[in-house]
Design a protein around this ligand. Structure first.
Ligand SMILES: Nc1ncnc2c1ncn2[C@@H]1O[C@H](COP(=O)(O)OP(=O)(O)OP(=O)(O)O)[C@@H](O)[C@H]1O
Length: 262
């Protein structure tokens, strides 16, 4: 059985800067893995390469949702999403002037196959599928504890709630691999503790593989089975939280930042 994701010698240059350099990452199906590193280490660039925001300068990305590896390097974001890679963003990206419910409905509808004509004519096939979409949207909002906010505008949610809504939207695309970019950013310790439990629960119940960028070390160390550490675009360490936490290269990389957190 192939790993669900195999990143091989992935490199991305911006002008003279190697933002990501010969990165190798392997994710087995069902794993919950952390990607950490100081500011500017290249973490979000890795996500942008995995989701087609940028093509790699070189290297390969094999995604195997059904055991058969297929290259997704350089593919368009929409195609990668349809293949089964969902993500959230460090800078929250919601339709802020739409309701919470509509934000999820739109994400769900990306996977719907009814024709434009049936939707225009409101045919029974469209109505049935619309009912299904609304039910799934409500289920996802309940799961993310946002059902009581369904008809609020997304812009009126708290920061933590907006992050929950982003996860609901990512789940709505029916991913096999979920990439979470700083899901706890801006949350208070109680919200972070709740989110930590929720991420584990989602992984189990949606049979997902999760790759997580996070600066909150308590979250990363408590739920990730393995961690990759990037610095200046290079993987400087990888292994269990215990191995990474005690790796002198990791401690050195974080010196000058909040190293004592690691
Ligand atoms: N589109 C771009 N054009 C030019 N440089 C870029 C671009 N995107 C990222 N970079 C540079 O690549 C390097 C890695 O950035 P990236 O955002 O991936 O780091 P990061 O580890 O996610 O940082 P942070 O933890 O601060 O979010 C940085 O030096 C950044 O300025």
């Amino acid at each position: 059985m192939s790993p669900i994701l195999e990143v091989k010698d992935l490199t991305r240059n911006f002008g003279g800067l190697a933002a990501v350099s010969n990165v190798n990452i392997t994710l087995e199906e069902g794993e919950l893995i952390g990607l950490i590193g100081p500011n500017g280490a290249g973490k979000t660039t890795v996500f942008n390469l995995l989701t087609g925001v940028y093509p790699p300068s070189s290297g390969e990305i094999d995604f195997s949702p059904d055991g058969e590896p297929a290259s997704i390097a350089g593919k368009k974001p929409y195609d990668i999403c349809r293949a089964g890679v969902g993500r959230t963003f460090q800078n929250i990206r919601l339709f802020k002037d739409l309701t919470v419910l509509d934000n999820v409905v739109i994400a769900l509808e990306q996977n719907q196959t009814y024709s434009l004509l049936s939707s225009f004519l409101h045919l029974p096939s469209w109505a049935a599928s619309r009912e299904e979409v609304l039910k799934s949207a409500r289920d996802l909002l309940r799961l993310m504890r946002l059902d009581h906010k369904s008809f609020d505008l997304a812009r009126n949610l708290s920061y933590g709630e907006q992050r929950h809504l982003e996860i609901a939207r990512a789940l709505a695309t029916n991913p096999r691999l979920l990439l979470l970019d700083e899901p706890a950013a801006g949350m208070n310790p109680a919200e972070t503790a709740g989110l930590t439990k929720l991420i584990s629960w989602i992984r189990e119940n949606y049979h997902l593989t999760i790759l997580l960028i996070e600066h909150d070390m308590s979250l990363v160390m408590s739920i990730c089975e393995r961690i990759y550490v990037l610095d200046h675009g290079i993987v400087i360490s990888s292994g269990t939280p215990d191995v990474v936490r005690h790796d002198p290269r990791v401690i050195t990389a974080y010196l000058g930042q909040e190293a004592s957190d690691v």
